[in-house]
Ligand binder design. Structure first.
Ligand code: FMN
Length: 201
């Protein structure tokens, strides 16, 4: 997970600051975030993923483009993100749109993962029905064994890769005494600059 130094965009720099704090404290799954997408019939669905990178462009995560979330995002690029760190008493909410990262970046990330994770990505048809978890595990183990025996390097399946979340709204929430929480909201304007205000808790 890479928190880029010297982020210039103010709300993203603030997000990076909270992430750095949670990383330094070694909080469990400090880079886990909930992402919500909108599917057919406008039904929202959400799930956890791990943040892989943050910089001035936005936030990056890795997934299967053919999964439920990938199918949702191919039709509607809108996404909502939620982080919560219990120990920090802080929450961050982000709204924006996604774009697939260039294939070279996804290759770079894929190749950095342990062999078994790469094999699991090849075998797993994320979000599809399977016969049983045991059958899938056997497929992964068998294929990993083949790769290990042959000394081959698995290639990234084209349907696995990185998404960039380009934020248009960011809210930083801090718990206050007796529910007097602080909410600072940033909105991106048409000229790409950001305006901010405070919201009532
Ligand atoms: C803490 C945590 C981290 C996860 N990280 C990822 C991730 O980085 N990428 C991913 O595709 N799924 C990740 N998952 C699994 C997803 O939550 C989800 O089950 C999977 O992506 C399928 O979602 P979908 O069917 O809505 O597409 C994670 C789950 C948990 C609990």
């Amino acid at each position: 997970m890479i928190i880029e130094q010297n982020i210039k965009t103010l709300p993203l720099a603030k997000v990076a600051e909270v992430l750095k704090k949670s990383e330094d404290l070694n909080l469990t799954d400090w880079n886990a975030m909930n992402i919500a997408t909108v599917g057919l019939k406008n039904i929202p669905s959400s799930r956890m993923v791990l943040l892989k990178k943050i910089n001035d462009d936005g936030l990056v995560f890795y997934t299967n483009f053919n999964s439920k979330k990938g199918q949702d995002l191919s039709k509607n690029q809108s996404i909502a993100v939620n982080f919560w760190w219990r120990e920090l008493h802080e929450q961050i909410r982000i709204e924006g749109e996604v774009a697939e990262m260039p294939p070279e970046k996804s290759d770079e990330y894929f190749n950095s993962r342990p062999l078994k994770s790469r094999i699991a990505a090849i075998v797993s048809q994320q979000s599809e029905k399977i016969e049983s978890p045991e059958t899938l595990q056997k497929e992964i183990d068998d294929l990993a064994e083949q790769f290990e025996l042959n000394g081959d390097t698995p290639e990234r399946p084209k349907h696995c890769g990185l998404y960039l979340i380009k934020p248009s709204a960011i809210e930083l929430w801090k718990e206050g005494d007796f529910r007097a929480h602080q909410r600072e909201k940033y909105l991106k304007k048409d000229d790409e600059t950001w305006e901010s205000c405070f919201l009532s808790p």
